[in-house]
Design a protein around this ligand. Structure first.
Ligand code: GH3
Ligand code: MG
Ligand code: MG
Length: 489
């Protein structure tokens, strides 16, 4: 395991470096994008949404304000009040016409002298200081400004939140003589909030001066909630409600799951506060997606690189191992590798008491082949003899390139007699082979013969001794005319 780790340490390190590189690049990119988005949200997007909503409200409020102002300053209205409210049908008709023309839900006039509440269908009631529902009138009576806008539940149209513009009527000397105005629903406002919420994924709500939620899209805040009691937001409630200036406040609070950015501004026309909220993680989804995608691509590249590197390192290592053990020309085992195999075979023989033989093979007059036909043909002959030998031996037998044009064959579990016979067969095969058939270099038939010396390992005999005996036998073969097999007794 340690060896393996050592061999593949390079691959491991490279993978770690790649992973670290890809990971940190993705993380840095993600953090930079997140900061930019959060800053953009807090400083631009939320205030802009606030501005949009605010200007839309102002536009919606402006027309009712003008209409109410015209009603309060209409000389017909003032004269009718000053002349003792004689023909009530006239004022009712007037109120009905205003309501129709302006599309308002109600139009009304309260006379300070008679305390009659006139509306489009006649006299609704007489306002009384003791009736809580008439408190609005006594409040408007006291105010310094010319009008007030007030959100209230319409008594005639109960479920609808209605905004009333209560305008003070004064006579020609400036004396207060009554209140007139129209009421209109906030349906358009509600629709506006919903559409903004859908488009920008932001919570938009209106809160009254006591913190009660009056209008809200389907965001975090619900109608009838009070921001002074909501977890997280309650810490900011005092700041939000105390703000009576026109600038907006940029605030932030935490819930259990999220950080929420808030843009809060005061709407003096209504006495309300407009809150635009956004979870700071809300817009981060695409950035997070890109982060994970980057990480996945980085992982895939790392994996592919590691696999490629691993396979080439493996192939390289295997090639090194092989080239250390094999002969490049014939791909047979080389002498060093053979030594190891031979030692193992000797031990096996001692244990199993099976005979073990060696055959030394030397090509006859090889120098001549080299000299006459050239080294390339010489190489070709070496390769082909190696191949013929490999083909004619058993799987368990081992053959190696012993020296220049000498081969050594190890025959396991094989008597001297059998080994000599195998050697003889091999000699015959080689002698009968036309070496020119498998190469384009030789023009005419090319015959090559070999001489062999065979020896069987004796009990406790040394390696050198066996080889020496095989060499002696080979010498005999050479001396006695070559192309023959001799064995050592
Ligand atoms: P003999 O063994 O029959 O007595 O004669 P020989 O000509 O084979 O004599 P010797 O064994 O002395 O010659 C060996 C020659 O083999 C010398 C060398 O140039 C050649 N030789 C050794 N290795 C290679 C090789 O890898 N390629 C080629 N082409 N020739 C080689
Ligand atoms: Mg030789
Ligand atoms: Mg030779």
């Amino acid at each position: 395991m340690r060896k393996l780790l050592k061999q593949y340490a390079l691959v491991l390190w490279l993978s770690l470096i790649l992973i670290a590189g890809f990971g940190s690049t993705a993380a840095v990119g993600y953090l930079a994008a997140r900061d930019a988005i959060q800053q953009g949200t807090a400083e631009q997007a939320l205030p802009l949404t606030g501005d949009f909503v605010y200007s839309a409200i102002q536009k919606d409020l402006l027309r009712p304000l003008i209409v109410s102002a015209q009603m309060a300053q209409d000389s017909f209205v003032r004269d009718w009040l000053l002349n003792g409210e004689l023909d009530q049908e006239q004022i009712v008709k007037y109120l009905r016409e205003v309501r129709q023309k302006t599309n308002a839900v109600s139009s009304y006039l309260v006379s300070d002298l008679s305390r009659n509440y006139y509306y489009a269908n006649g006299i609704l009631k007489t306002v009384s200081e003791t009736d809580p529902r008439d408190q609005w009138y006594y409040r408007v009576r006291q105010i310094k400004s010319a009008y007030e806008t007030k959100a209230d539940l319409d008594q005639a149209n109960r479920d609808n939140l209605t905004i009333f513009v209560n305008y003070r009527i004064q006579d020609y000397e400036g004396k207060f003589i009554g209140v007139t105005g129209i009421g209109f629903t906030v349906d358009t406002l509600k629709r506006l909030i919903d559409s903004y919420q859908q488009r920008f994924h932001r919570g938009i709500s209106f809160v009254d001066s006591k913190g009660g939620v009056i209008l809200s899209g389907n965001g975090r805040l619900k109608v009838a909630d009070n921001i002074q009691a909501l977890p997280g937001l309650k810490a900011l409630a005092a700041t939000i409600l105390a703000n009576k200036k026109s600038e907006s406040l940029h605030l932030e609070y935490k819930t259990e799951t999220d950080d929420v950015l808030v843009d809060a501004r005061y709407l003096p026309e209504l006495g309300w506060h407009l809150l635009v909220e956004q979870e700071s993680g809300g817009d981060l989804k695409p950035v997070q997606d890109v982060f994970w995608l980057n990480l996945a691509i980085g992982g895939a590249i790392t994996l592919a690189t590691s696999i490629l590197l691993l396979t080439s390192v493996r192939r390289y290592l295997r090639r090194i191992e092989q080239s250390a053990a094999t002969d490049a020309l014939t791909t047979l085992l080389n002498r060093q590798a053979f030594d190891f195999v031979f030692q193992q075979a000797l031990l096996d023989t001692e244990r199993s008491r099976q005979p073990l033989c060696v055959v030394l093979v030397d090509i006859d007059f090889f120098k001549k082949i080299n000299d006459k036909q050239g080294h390339l043909i010489g190489d070709h002959v070496l390769r082909e003899i190696a191949m013929i030998a490999k083909r004619s031996l058993r799987e368990s037998d081992v053959i190696c390139r012993w020296g220049g044009e000498e081969f050594l064959i190890l025959l396991k579990n094989c008597t001297l007699e059998k080994a000599t016979s195998i050697a003889e067969t091999l000699r015959g095969t080689i002698a009968a082979n036309d070496f020119s058939r498998t190469t384009s270099l030789a023009k005419t038939r090319l015959a090559v013969t070999v001489s062999m010396g065979v020896a069987q390992c004796k009990d406790n005999e040394s390696e050198d001794s066996v080889f020496e005996r095989a060499e002696v036998a080979l010498h005999q073969a050479k001396e006695n005319g070559r192309n023959s097999v001799y064995f050592s007794e």
